[in-house]
Design a protein around this ligand. Structure first.
Ligand SMILES: [Zn+2]
Ligand SMILES: [Zn+2]
Length: 180
């Protein structure tokens, strides 16, 4: 990285991330985009399998998501700046734990065990998505990656998983709907 920022800025940044990557810190403001990127890259380098990257997403309802086929974790550019540094760190680690256990495990016991290894709250499964289960009638599950979605009504057209087949419909990843 080119040293385009001043020493003063660096002094401020480095200790912050050293602390953040290990444990809770309290800050009265949200992290800047720059700080989030450094934090995510630091945590990815340390804990994710080789080759995983960070990117921003435009999602407005989901804090973070793990894209196995892209080896990328994405955080919402809209929601992340509004959250506390600790919440952002937990979300990044949440997605990193997905990257470590691989697709198909969802928020099941394997993923939970991984979260516990890092001393993270494994009960917070709504961490990367708002909890819509209580206001929905239908639960859809991807047979491949286990991604769960909730709907008020069963969709009239069949859908395939947007994570396993992001750009086009693919009936190998047909969402299985169940009334709840
Ligand atoms: Zn998750
Ligand atoms: Zn899927």
């Amino acid at each position: 990285m080119e040293r385009v920022f001043s020493e003063k800025r660096l002094e401020h940044q480095v200790p912050l991330f050293c602390i953040l990557s290990r444990k809770v810190i309290t800050m009265s403001r949200g992290l800047s985009f720059y700080e989030v990127e450094i934090l995510a890259k630091t945590l990815l380098a340390e804990f994710a399998p080789p080759g995983w990257q960070f990117a921003w997403s435009n999602e407005k309802r989901v804090n973070g998501r793990c894209y196995y086929h892209l080896k990328t974790i994405k955080l919402s550019r809209h929601l992340t700046p509004l959250r506390t540094p600790e919440d952002v760190r937990v979300t990044i680690m949440h997605e990193i734990c997905h990257s470590r256990v691989g697709p198909g495990k969802g928020h099941g016991p394997v993923w939970k065990a991984e979260m516990r290894r890092f001393g993270l709250p494994s009960n917070r499964c709504s961490q990367d998505a708002p909890d819509l289960s209580s206001i929905s009638n239908w639960k859809g599950t991807c047979p491949k990656c286990g991604k769960v979605s909730y709907m008020m009504r069963r969709p009239r057209l069949e859908r395939s998983c947007g994570i396993c087949s992001p750009r086009k419909f693919n009936d190998a990843y047909l969402i299985q709907w169940k009334r709840i």
